[in-house]
Design a binder for this molecule. Sequence first.
Ligand SMILES: C[S@@+](CC[C@H](N)C(=O)[O-])C[C@H]1O[C@@H](n2cnc3c(N)ncnc32)[C@H](O)[C@@H]1O
Length: 507
Amino acid sequence: MLSLYPKTLSPSPFNLTSSLIPKKPSISSPSLYVNSTTCCQPNQITERGILFDTGDTFFRHESATGRDLGVLSAALYKQSKGQLRVLDAMCGCGIRSLRYLVESKADFVLANDANESHRRVILDNLAQVERLEGEKKRWVVTHCEANRILTDCYLQRDYFDYIDLDSFGSDSSFFLRAAFSSLKLDGLVYVTSTDGYSSGGHRPFHSLSAFGAYVRPMPYANELGLRILIGGAVREASVLGYRVTPLFSYYSYHGPVFRVLLRMNRGKLPEKRDYGFICYCNRCGNSQAVSWDELGQIRCPCNNSTKDAASLVVSGPLWTGPLHSGAYIMEMLNLAEQWGWVGKDAGTGLEKLLKRMLEESDPRLPFGYIKLDEVASRAQTNTPSISTIMSSLHKVFYFYVLLYSQAFELQLRRKGCVLLLKTVYCLAEYLIQYTQAGDFLQVEEILNDSRNMGMFVSWLKTSNEVTVLFMLQEGYAASRSHIAHNAIKTDCPMAGCIRIAKKIHGC
Ligand SMILES: C[S@@+](CC[C@H](N)C(=O)[O-])C[C@H]1O[C@@H](n2cnc3c(N)ncnc32)[C@H](O)[C@@H]1O
């Protein structure tokens, strides 16, 4: 007897008795509203209060969060556009199709799975929703190879708002072009890959044929899994004159599974941004994005000569832009809250995930993440706690240091930069002891030390030429990663993280 307990699933907010036909006796029983999947018969499962049968189909209860994200995004689409036609191209037992009908309020779902032996299970599951609404069908079940059904729809000009491609391995790359052809403009494709070998850089020629990206082993392999999937989609869409952008990207360790929701519009391949190469230096741990026209000049800041170029690994082309749209994640979070899927008594999984994705949406954050164990090993310290290193990163201030001159001060005063000048005075005493003109210096928490100001002003009187700061930048951007637990996403280079780790440990 199967007994599955997805932690994240809270009771459904949907009026199930009105939207589902109560064919199965337990469908309207109170056990539906229990936050688990207690089963009355083998292979019977409840997810968000919806009871269904998995039969002998491929079903993973661990994918429930991925289905939640799909249902939320499809519901948002329906709310904003007033209509929703879904093509569930690899529906398995039909659970997604059922949830799109019941929870996202899809007007129509085409549930397809190439395996005809799944038909009985899919029909039984979907039979919980009236098939006809007046003259119109709410759902249809087919058993075609995914490319065939997608292409048929395209040829019949039967376009969809939302296409779900929940395929195995890197197969999705094979279906993407047909999916974009049968998608409405501004429509959504929810695409999956489970190809962990490609993201790990273990078969670069396979990733090259599947996603058009030659991938080498890098420390943030699981983020690369998402980025090569998006990059492959960007490339396929551009062939048809479309541009796709990710609304969210979700990695889950079981499988592993990489899922991305893409919005498609007319457009071209991004020329300068978001689609290019990335480079990691095994020697110093630094990562950088490399555009197509910089390919011949890749250098790591740790080494100016080419003789040690072997320490550099390059992967791409792939998506280097943001993994999520912050505004869209916020909408998902609000809807999840309305439905009682997050917040009090709802379990923490989905809420934590969405909030982490929101943090990751900071546009200042580059691709990749830095594992704190790598920082510790390079700094030769214990691994710093994630909260300590994050708050240190947020507090770091940078100052460009220039030669001070009276003309420069006059210039600042004319521009009304009195505050800046005050800061200059406050810090200069400290700065001149440790810096050279033109240095790029890291100073932490000096602003609070008001004693420096007076000291500097008196020192200023006795000197015509002093070193002062020119510009103050904010602290680094830093967030946790939903992909790797003990890692941070940050725009601080590895060298800066090492310095901070050493400081935290008093080295
Ligand atoms: C990962 S399972 C789908 C699981 C389902 N979406 C869920 O959430 O439970 C993939 C399904 O795709 C079907 N499939 C595999 N290759 C296919 C193809 N080329 N065309 C259509 N269906 C395919 C398999 O029979 C399998 O049921």
